[in-house]
Design a binder for this molecule. Structure first.
Ligand code: ZN
Ligand code: ZN
Length: 246
């Protein structure tokens, strides 16, 4: 939630967005999918946006138009807007492999387990300036190191195990949350193993679990990563910008 606003704050005019990649259908990854498109349309979108994600994104797109039928039809009629339903082109991804190839970028999907979710994809972005892999949310998966072999930047999720009990104690409605977190994310120590095995130039830690615990410092996030990985580590912050080549 908040991706439209963050794009604006990052200086990206949202009607210029061309592609959306969803890694998996947890709500912290897809909640603003439809609304990002809608905001782009409201802000003047006239060219298509292609969206990619695991099975379900095509159905979600269809249902999104049902949800917003009244406003869509009102604005087409009353404001002379183009029909947004023709401008959002969704594609379910079911297998590993190249999902998009343009003159600027080749995007490859790679399935990685995020229990109980199996329809979950990491993405590799190959550009003339360098190659980036986003891990998606993932349990520790040594195969990701092969997928990310030698890339310039690996953006990997991370779990700080010593803070899990505190997180679970403050979340009052998740009886099996601790088990979910431990089973479905990668500890900082294991993130270091992946980055070292892949031999990446820069490791960017992102998607922090917990994401809002002020007691967890940047040193906490990197300490156990460094046990296994000696390359450059960046602790990601909102709106941080990293230039390629690194
Ligand atoms: Zn997830
Ligand atoms: Zn997530």
């Amino acid at each position: 939630m908040g991706v439209s606003r963050q794009l604006v704050r990052a200086g990206v005019p949202i009607p210029q967005v061309k592609y959306i990649f969803i890694s998996h259908h947890h709500s912290d990854h897809n909640l603003e999918y439809g609304n990002l498109f809608y905001n782009a349309w409201a802000a003047g979108l006239s060219t298509p946006i292609h969206s990619f994600g695991p099975k379900g994104i095509e159905a979600m797109t269809k249902e999104y138009w049902e949800l917003n039928k009244f406003d869509v039809e009102t604005r087409i009629e009353d404001e002379g807007r183009p029909d947004p339903r023709k401008l959002l082109i969704a594609k379910d991804i079911s297998d590993d492999g190249v999902v998009l190839k343009t003159s600027d970028v080749t995007v490859t999907a790679f399935r990685t387990p995020h229990p109980p979710i199996t329809d979950n994809f990491a993405y590799k972005f190959e550009t003339p300036d360098g190659t980036i892999v986003f891990s998606s949310d993932t349990a520790y998966n040594p195969k990701l190191a092969e997928f990310a072999k030698g890339v310039d930047v690996l953006v990997h999720e991370c779990l700080y195990v010593p803070a899990v009990d505190r997180l679970v104690a403050t979340t009052k409605n998740g009886a099996t949350l601790k088990k979910h977190l431990l089973d479905s994310h990668t500890s900082t120590e294991d993130v270091g193993r992946i980055a070292a095995a892949a031999g990446v130039k820069t490791l960017v830690l992102s998607h922090f679990v917990p994401g809002d615990d002020r007691q967890v410092t940047d040193d906490d996030w990197t300490r156990d990563v460094k046990k296994n990985y000696s390359g450059r580590i960046v602790v990601a912050k909102d709106l941080m910008e990293l230039k390629l080549p690194v």
